[in-house]
Design a protein around this ligand. Structure first.
Ligand SMILES: *[C@@H]1O[C@H](CO)[C@@H](O)[C@H](O)[C@H]1NC(C)=O
Ligand SMILES: *[C@@H]1O[C@H](CO)[C@@H](O)[C@H](O)[C@H]1NC(C)=O
Ligand SMILES: *[C@@H]1O[C@H](CO)[C@@H](O)[C@H](O)[C@H]1NC(C)=O
Length: 418
């Protein structure tokens, strides 16, 4: 190892701790450094020499609840290296593998080929590559021309195909296409009747259907864009933040909790506790909470629609689909933002900017109030306006924007809204 002057090392340590290389909580999400380290460990192992290695999911391998709670109660502030393990799902050599990678030792602790039902989520690279295939496909180009449409104004979207109990041996996507032609609202103008089936491993079109023709809905009136001038409603005190944030730990009023982020669930709230003034200690309210799945079955029996039974979290991922939040539109002026990190198809860390915002809100409600008229000679009116703390993210999956709010209330309840 090269000689490093001491003062530089001291600076480096300080710099790194501010980049949260020191984890403040065992459930802290994987940092970009850790994600890249995981990629290195896997790439250098025997798995790295298998053909077509792609990363489909990388997340913290969750430590045992008992260990997390004992770490928290021991008030240790040291680096919790013993908890830094990752769960990694890759495809390599035509197989799915589930790995557990230990970051402290830099080794793969467990490596097993998955042979059960289903496949890991497609990578975004696979979606993008698949969406381009129709544009080189003569039969499709002919169908577009026959409909009197302009090929340069077509957008194609690969969809997952659902599962109906059959034995599935191939990773498949089904492509549907839309006509922009004068509109930016792509999903408003489907080109019905056309389906392309993609075998994702070979990235080839395996079947093409042009079953019927119906007119494309008109472009007029489909523009959804808002006026450029933002006129935010200010029912919040724009200068009052009202909470403290250190790493991923948030403290607000009598609450303290941890905000994580991963590719699948997006926001993960952990170890939420509220201070009980009577007992003079924190009471645990929620150990770990996140959305598990979002199921979107269209229930239309037509052959072009029946298969649309999306699992928007398992197949696409709220985290991977998290939208960069727009200050003053998605979150008020007093909001603070958090970035997220996920692994790309090559395993490299990818930054997702401003995916979570946290802000205190004047609820417009009364926290409590009372008027007492039975004291001689005096009327007492008292009370307090309600404030809440919101942790928000927005996942944009296809044509849907899921606004996901975790709202903490002063009285110990958490309200979840989608
Ligand atoms: C690797 O990818 C190429 C290109 O997509 C494909 O033709 C080949 O079959 C893949 N090999 C394996 C073992 O999956
Ligand atoms: C097709 O669309 C492209 C891109 O919008 C445009 O430049 C071109 O003129 C159009 N072609 C016809 C024949 O309308
Ligand atoms: C807004 O918050 C700041 C800081 O807490 C405070 O000084 C100010 O009085 C508040 N303004 C209003 C209108 O409540």
């Amino acid at each position: 190892m090269a000689f490093i002057p001491l003062f530089f090392l001291a600076f480096l340590l300080q710099f790194c701790s501010s980049l949260s290389l020191f984890h403040h909580h065992p459930l802290d999400p994987l940092t970009p450094t850790e994600l890249n380290q995981i990629k290195l460990i896997v790439d250098k192992s025997s798995i790295g020499s298998l053909p077509n290695l792609t990363y489909h999911f990388v997340d913290l391998e969750e430590p045992e609840k008992i260990d997390v709670l004992s770490w928290l109660s021991s008030k240790k502030t040291n680096k919790n290296a013993q908890f830094r393990r990752a769960k990694v799902v890759v495809r390599a050599g035509g197989e799915t593998r589930e790995l557990v990678v230990d970051l402290a030792s830099g080794s793969i602790e467990s490596n097993r080929v998955y042979t059960g039902h289903g496949y890991p989520p497609f990578t975004f690279n696979e979606f993008v590559k698949a969406s381009r295939l129709p544009f080189q496909y003569p039969k499709f180009m002919k169908s577009i021309v026959n409909r009197g449409l302009n090929m340069s104004e077509v957008s194609c979207v690969p969809l997952t195909v659902g599962w109906y109990g059959e034995k599935v041996t191939k990773r498949t996507l089904r492509i549907t296409c839309y006509y922009r032609g004068g509109s930016v609202n792509v999903y408003a103008r489907p080109i019905e009747g056309i389906s392309l089936f993609i075998d994702v491993d070979s990235m080839r079109i395996t079947n093409y259907i042009d079953r019927f023709r119906v007119p494309v809905p008109k472009a007029e009136g489909t523009d959804f864009r808002s006026n450029k001038k933002i006129d935010p409603v200010t029912c919040n005190n724009a200068t009052e933040k009202g909470f403290e944030i250190e790493g991923n730990n948030v403290k607000w009023g009598n609450w303290k909790f941890h905000v994580g982020f991963n590719a699948r669930a997006g926001t993960v709230i952990s170890t939420a506790s509220i201070f009980d003034a009577r007992m003079k200690k924190y009471r645990q309210v929620l150990y770990r909470g996140h959305v598990s799945e979002t199921f979107v079955p269209y229930m239309d029996p037509e052959s072009e629609w029946y298969f649309r039974t999306f699992m928007d979290i398992g197949e696409f991922g709220f985290g991977r689909s998290a939208s960069t939040l727009q200050p003053l539109i998605d979150c008020p002026a007093n909001a603070e933002y958090m970035d997220g990190y996920v692994a790309g198809a090559d395993g490299q860390a990818m930054k997702m900017e401003k995916v979570i915002c946290i802000f205190q809100r004047d609820a417009g409600d009364i926290a409590w109030r009372h008027a007492e008229i039975n004291n001689p000679g005096t009327v007492i009116r008292s009370g307090q306006p309600e404030k809440t703390l919101v942790v928000r993210m927005i996942a944009t999956v296809g044509n849907y924007d899921y606004v996901l709010d975790w709202e903490f209330k002063q009285f110990g309840t958490i309200k979840i809204g989608v």
